[in-house]
Design a protein around this ligand. Sequence first.
Ligand code: F6R
Length: 239
Amino acid sequence: MQVVIFADAQAAGAYGAGLINDRLERGALNVLGVATGSSPVPLYQALAADPHPRLTGLTAFALDEYVGLPKEHPESYDSVIDRKVRRPLGLDPARVHVPDADPERLETAGERYEQRIAEAGGVDLQILGIGATGHIGFNEPTSSLASRTRLKTLAPATRADNARFFDSEDEVPVHCITQGIGTILDAGEVLLLAQGEQKARAVAQAVEGPISSMCPASALQLHRKATLLLDEAAASQLE
Ligand code: F6R
């Protein structure tokens, strides 16, 4: 696990975009794993500002989707990915995948998503944020480190954190479909971005704590090519 500390989120995002452009240049990046939330936004903005010619040919897989929001809802992850990733990066809509959280098909959603990722040849590089709970994707504490894409319940703390995107906390869905920790660890390379004091404890546990399902991000210690791009506040509790 490599940790790089930057003065601010913009510098971290620019570094991440540079790394992605390098992989594109070398022909080593065809399938990109994308996260929603605030943390990767500066990276997406930096990619869009200076697009590599191969960028628009990427296939993308989102980490997760809420259950119970129609796809058209502005805060469904399908909509968020469309707004923050697909359109600004000019990706082909047919190649941008988000888990299918239709209540009618939940039972098979995880398996179908895993199959799609496998058919695409696996994720070459996965972009991640980290929750204050230590979650990656929506794998909350106690998630199995070998877990695959499946139905999960959001932790109350995560629903409270994500209430900022809704009119009230009650509107934040309770369930989601998320890639598992095992799924995330299968990516060829992982790039996690974290900013702000509210992430400092989770970051310290992920980097310096024991590998434990109580801090799902600590599983990244097992990954041979995981890089954390932090601002100084997110790095403030590292030894
Ligand atoms: C998003 C996701 C989450 C977020 C995490 C951090 O698809 O799976 O793990 O990355 O909750 O969210 P932000 O970046 O909004 O602090």
